[in-house]
Design a protein around this ligand. Structure first.
Ligand SMILES: Nc1ncnc2c1ncn2[C@@H]1O[C@H](COP(=O)(O)OP(=O)(O)OP(=O)(O)O)[C@@H](O)[C@H]1O
Ligand SMILES: [Mg+2]
Length: 367
């Protein structure tokens, strides 16, 4: 049963803290995405699981066994690195065949697994090509096929779809998840792409400064972010700060620059400084007079951005700053720069946080 447990693991490189008391527990057969800004410690986390990096302290368990001091080749974990080195002197087919062959699988099993993984990455026609004859994206897909064919029960994929164009990424990410589930492997997939993580993961771990900030299902992380950083890192949010003026079982009311805004219930007390976060897709706007009257506040549309399926309307709301609202693109003709709109949201869609001790600006910074 390939469950993965990191227990209070720390790792420093000189003065740089790459893992800071990191704990993570991944279930057998689970598909987990790790999301986080660059330098957050994502690669280090994966390298400690497969044994390429030794933690300074803390323990690593695979299948309930403490493997912290075990060498790489005994761990039954395969890592697809960010640089996906292929064997340059071997054909695509032989690259993918390499691991199952070393493991002494039966020839027909090897053939079957090589064919099915090459099929998954849409490169069965390139089986006899050499890596140097392939594009960067094709090489990446071969490396992915090779990792899938390795027979390991733990797959660690460090940005496996990074070099691919948008459509192929979207196709492959679905197939990757399906294949991992069919093979019964436990998979960790590092990505910078929040849509990718939301689409494929059973659970998403948000990592920052070597620590897990939140570990939850895609909807938990999106709808109920643990911190203001998560609220802005996974899906865009409007962020407002103010003082709590009422807090009860129904909602938290926050006075922001003289305007009272509602958020979901919280343990915050009257008088406390609070941060309110509401996803731009949950921010409603209207030009109808009765809805303007019922709105939290009004503003003037600054500009309307066309994004294909959606549009984003940016509203200048005076003392509240610039507020964005994401709408379906059929609304494109309804809103124009200069229009006055009322802005509101369902209180249950807005999160409320204490002001982070190091200040909000530092909390929201990406690096
Ligand atoms: N071998 C190393 N020697 C020195 N510093 C390192 C080493 N490996 C990682 N670091 C540092 O540790 C921190 C975490 O690095 P890591 O590669 O784990 O980040 P990451 O989240 O994978 O980033 P990216 O998204 O850019 O790949 C960074 O500040 C990095 O510079
Ligand atoms: Mg990395």
């Amino acid at each position: 049963m390939p469950e993965i447990v990191l227990d209070n693991v720390s790792k420093k490189f000189g003065e740089t803290v790459a893992a800071d008391g990191l704990s993570l527990s991944i279930k057998d057969g689970e598909y987990v995405c790790i999301l986080g800004p660059t330098g957050a410690g994502k690669t280090t986390c994966m390298r400690m699981i497969c044994g390429l990096t030794q933690p300074d302290s803390g323990r690593v368990y695979l299948d309930g066994k403490d493997v912290t001091d075990d060498p790489v080749d005994t761990r039954n974990a395969t890592m697809l690195t960010q640089s996906y080195a292929l064997f340059p002197h071997m054909t695509v087919y032989d690259n993918v065949r390499f691991a199952p062959q070393i493991k002494g699988w039966a020839p027909e099993d090897i053939k079957q697994v090589v064919r099915s993984t090459l099929h998954m990455v849409h490169l069965e026609q390139k089986a006899e090509w050499m890596p140097a004859q392939l594009s960067g994206g094709q090489q990446q897909r071969i490396a992915l096929a090779r990792a899938l064919a390795s027979g390991s029960k733990v797959l660690l994929l460090d940005e496996p779809l990074r070099a691919l164009d948008a459509r192929l990424r979207i196709n492959l990410r679905k197939e990757l998840r399906t294949m991992a589930k069919q093979m019964g492997v436990t998979c960790i997939h590092v990505t910078h792409d929040q849509d990718e993580a939301l689409a494929v993961a059973d659970r998403i771990a948000i990592i920052r400064d070597g620590r897990i900030i939140q570990f939850g299902t895609p909807s938990e992380v999106f709808d109920d972010p643990a911190t203001p950083f998560v609220a802005t890192f996974v899906g865009r949010s409007n962020i407002l700060t103010g003082k709590v003026v009422r807090s009860d079982g129904e909602s938290t009311a926050i006075d922001v620059a003289g305007t009272v805004l509602l958020a979901r219930p919280s343990p915050m007390e009257v008088g406390e400084e609070a941060v309110l976060a509401v996803k731009i897709g949950f921010t409603r706007i209207s030009k109808k007079q009765e809805e303007i009257d019922a709105a939290y506040f009004t503003g003037t549309i600054d500009r309307v951005l066309y994004e294909g399926v959606t549009i984003t309307v940016e509203i200048n709301a005076g003392g509240l700053g610039l507020i964005s609202s994401k709408l379906p693109n059929r609304k494109f003709d309804d809103y124009h720069a200069g229009d006055i709109v009322g802005v509101s949201w369902a209180p249950s869609k807005a999160s409320v946080f204490r002001v982070p001790p190091e200040g909000l600006e530092k909390e929201l910074k990406l690096e």
